[in-house]
Every structure is written in structure tokens, then in C-alpha cells.
Write a protein that binds this ligand. Structure first.
Ligand SMILES: [Zn+2]
Length: 248
């Protein structure tokens, strides 16, 4: 999970949010509850939140990844507009821009109608997940701080340690370990260079190797939060950065 920036509310929502919400709330009072609204009628009332203008802005803000698990549609099915506070419990927020998140089908299904208002989970638009989560090997864990309970709840509600997520993390970890070993060798070579020319060439190679690794932690890549966290604790990576940036 990584921090996301909320984009401005799309025009279609500015123009229609009030009418869409009051139509839905009228139906809730007409039938006595949200769950009692007949299926077809409910679908007609709700369809607007999946409007193309809403989806495009929302999905752009998460770089087309799931806001919770950071997978792309190729891994976990379509990204959907998910309600942070579920519309079944809070129909008055069914068309709130701030209540929308782009989520994959798996996270959306796992979260279901969890009551995020009473049992808070992390909303990556409002809170930096780096303050909440760290990784132990291929498992995401909640840090021991003020967000611990919220972090644990998020991991459990969105099933962030399910096999479908741990497997690709394991694959990435293998790549990261081998990148790290290659960096270590390149650093040794750099320090063994006996001429200025060799040293400059080896520094350039280190820079190229770093660029390749940094690509994995690019926010548009799947599991970029996991990669970033690994690199933060990776000594050869930090040392190579120091060399390339001229500190060594
Ligand atoms: Zn997901």
C-alpha cells in the first residue's frame, strides 16, 4: 500500500451528487431500509457511481492499481469503485467523492460491508501507509505505534497476507535479493578500481544498476510499497546510492 493523492471531484459528481443521493435516500425511506430496495431499482439508483468520468479520475489517482493491495487488473481482475464506508450502511455517502477508492475485486470482496467508520482501517488517501505498515519477509505487518490497531484491522479486513499476495511478493523478493548481491559485487569492483577511468566507469555501472532497481519501487509498479520498504533496509543499495551521489 502506498500514499495516494485525491484528485479534484469530477464535474459529473459536482453536478449530480445531491440529486443521486436524495433519490437513493428516498428509496431507503420508501422501502424501510437499504437492503429492502428491490434489486433492479437499487441498481438503477446506484449505477451512477460507476460513471466513466468518475472511474477515470479515480483510477488515474492510484496509477491504475488497487489502493489496498497494489495489484494491477491483470493480477486480480478489474479495478472497481469501492466505498470506503459501505453504501449499504451509509447510503448518504454513496456518492461522496471522498468515500471512493479504487479497489480490486479481491480486496473489494474481502472488505465487503466492513464498517470502516466504527472499526477504522487505513485509507491511503488520508494516511501514509508507510507510517502504519512494515514488511517481515513477504508478510505485511502493522508497526508498533499509534496506528497498530488500525493497521492490524486493515490487514485482516483486506486479507493483505493472503497467498495470492504473498506469492508475487516472494517472486519480487528473489529479484531484490539477486539485485542486492549484484550491487555488492559492483561496489567491491568500484573500490578495487586502480585508475580514475576505471573508477568512473564502475561508478556509472553502479548508477545503471540502481536505476534498474529503482524501477521496481516506482509508484506505478505493482507492490511498489513492498519494494520501497525492502530497499530502505538494504545496505548495498544505500551504499551504492552514496557512491553514485558522490558521498563516497
Ligand atoms: Zn486489491
Amino acid at each position: 500500500m502506498i500514499k495516494l493523492e485525491r484528485k479534484p471531484k469530477p464535474q459529473i459528481l459536482i453536478d449530480n451528487q445531491q440529486a443521486w443521493t436524495s433519490n437513493l435516500l428516498d428509496a431507503v425511506s420508501k422501502y424501510g431500509s437499504y437492503s429492502k430496495i428491490p434489486k433492479n431499482e437499487k441498481e438503477k439508483l446506484l449505477v451512477h457511481y460507476r460513471h466513466e468520468q468518475i472511474k477515470s479520475v479515480l483510477f488515474y489517482s492510484s496509477l491504475d492499481k488497487c489502493a489496498f493491495c497494489e495489484t494491477k487488473p491483470s493480477e486480480s481482475g478489474n479495478i472497481e469503485v469501492e466505498h470506503f464506508n459501505p453504501k449499504s450502511r451509509y447510503p448518504d455517502s454513496a456518492f461522496d467523492w471522498d468515500n471512493f477508492l479504487p479497489a480490486c475485486r479481491k480486496c473489494n470482496g474481502s472488505k465487503d460491508d466492513h464498517d470502516s467508520r466504527n472499526e477504522p482501517i487505513v485509507n491511503p488517501y488520508d494516511l501514509d501507509p508507510e507510517d502504519v505498515f512494515s514488511y517481515k519477509d513477504i508478510r505485511i505487518t502493522a508497526k508498533e505505534n499509534e496506528y497498530k490497531q488500525m493497521g492490524d484491522m486493515t490487514i485482516s479486513v483486506c486479507s493483505l497476507n493472503s497467498v495470492r499476495l504473498m506469492k508475487p511478493r516472494a517472486d519480487i523478493l528473489v529479484s531484490l535479493h539477486s539485485f542486492s548481491a549484484a550491487l555488492e559485487e559492483a561496489i567491491e569492483d568500484y573500490f578495487e578500481a586502480d585508475t580514475g577511468v576505471k573508477r568512473r566507469n564502475r561508478k556509472r555501472k553502479l548508477g545503471e544498476a540502481l536505476e534498474a532497481i529503482d524501477l521496481l519501487a516506482n509508484p506505478s509498479e505493482k507492490f511498489s510499497g513492498f519494494c520501497k520498504s525492502y530497499l530502505r533496509g538494504c545496505a548495498p543499495y544505500q551504499q551504492a546510492k552514496d557512491i553514485v551521489e558522490g558521498a563516497e
